[in-house]
Design a protein around this ligand. Structure first.
Ligand SMILES: Nc1ncnc2c1ncn2[C@@H]1O[C@H](COP(=O)(O)OP(=O)(O)OP(=O)(O)O)[C@@H](O)[C@H]1O
Ligand SMILES: [Mg+2]
Length: 344
């Protein structure tokens, strides 16, 4: 035990929020040192051999803009590992970048994975980290990390409800006494909202735009409720009828209309969780409300939209994009919690 503590003191233990949209790495004592999109760009040579060109932001900038021999991929799309090999390479890249001979001891690593990952996927994540040089690997589930990161009283005998709206998945969890009492994960989150904008613009304006443009529009003017002062943004793409490149102006009302389906799916998942809530925990939620984390929590008025619907107070966590990474990092500080996680 004492030896463990001494080793822990010298090694640069780290935690990773392995998200489908963004990966964040936090090193003990140094804070979040990597915050980059979960994207890998690869180039194939004539023999079909693949070489990594870029990972992270640089690779994301290539999405949808690559020539034939280069591919920019999101290996963890939709909350599942779509490409095991690339996920492994990405995890290894981020670990090596964070570790960089800062310490000669191999780090202990705690990784936050989407709740819905299968045993096979979890094993793949664990093995990737081990082969990238980890001494020990622990996994923590996303609703738990989100609740810790949002400063909810997770250890107390009191129910806390957190909704993490990420890129690939929305995860809803009720936490009490350090464990997940209820949880639900759906594959509707930021990516589906982006796609809904792409589809709407195509249908209503005959304009073909890319997923990245859809995401930019969502961030610029997306909202879950009618805004007092409507916003607008220009979107560029290719006209389906004339084939010419053109631009149109979209209003926040357009975008609200476009995204109401996926937004409603998230609300319905919350209602499902509330319906199966044990009465004693329900009392805690009525008293303390619901906390939103993940990038999707930044959609304008999402908190008010949900609050009006379920008649409970809803709050957005401070820095919702960082909540899971901070929660995973805090779990790293608490050895006894880690030991509890190791057996899962
Ligand atoms: N200001 C913003 N307004 C609306 N959406 C935003 C904003 N900033 C980021 N997002 C969205 O948040 C999503 C990414 O959030 P986050 O980093 O929490 O996901 P993730 O953890 O990678 O995914 P997951 O938890 O599903 O594995 C993306 O869909 C992105 O478009
Ligand atoms: Mg996440």
């Amino acid at each position: 035990m004492i030896l463990d503590q001494i080793i822990g003191f010298f090694s640069s233990d780290m935690s990773i929020d392995l998200g489908t949209a963004n990966t964040l790495v936090l090193v003990k004592g140094r804070g979040i040192i990597i915050n980059e999109p979960s994207v890998v760009a690869i180039q194939s040579d004539k023999t079909g051999k693949q070489r990594i060109l870029a990972v992270g932001q640089e690779a994301k900038n290539m999405l949808g803009k690559t020539p034939g021999s280069i591919q920019a991929i999101r290996p963890m799309k939709d909350g599942v590992i779509a490409d095991f090999d690339m996920t492994e390479k990405m995890i290894r890249y981020f670990i090596e970048k964070a570790h960089k001979r800062k310490s000669f001891l191999r780090p202990r690593i705690i990784i936050c994975v989407p709740y819905g990952l299968t045993q096979v996927e979890r094993k793949a994540v664990r093995e990737s980290a081990m082969s990238a040089g980890a001494r020990e690997v622990f996994l923590i589930e996303e609703p738990m990390a989100a609740a810790i990161g949002a400063d909810l009283p997770v250890r107390e005998p009191k129910g806390s409800l957190v909704i993490d709206i990420g890129g690939g998945t929305t995860e809803i969890g009720v936490v009490s006494l350090g464990g997940l009492v209820i949880s639900k994960s759906i594959r509707t989150a930021g990516d589906k909202i982006d796609m809904a904008i792409v589809d709407y613009v195509k249908k209503k304006y005959n304009l073909l735009i890319g997923e990245r443009a859809g995401e930019e529009i969502k961030i610029e003017i997306g909202s879950a409720i009618a805004l007092e002062e409507p916003l607008s943004a220009i979107v560029k793409g290719r006209d389906q009828v004339s084939g010419l490149l053109s631009r149109i102006e979209l209003s926040s009302e357009d975008v609200r209309d476009a995204t109401k389906e996926p937004i409603k799916e998230i609300a319905d998942a919350l209602k499902d969780v509330l319906e199966i809530m044990p009465p004693d925990l329900a009392g805690d939620i009525v008293e303390n409300g619901i906390v939103l984390t993940g990038g999707g929590a930044l959609i304008r008025g999402f908190d008010k939209y949900l609050s009006d619907l379920v008649k409970l107070p809803v709050f957005v966590a401070e820095e919702p994009l960082l909540a899971v990474a901070k929660g995973t990092g805090r779990a790293l500080e608490e050895i006894e919690l880690l030991q509890h996680l190791a057996n899962e």
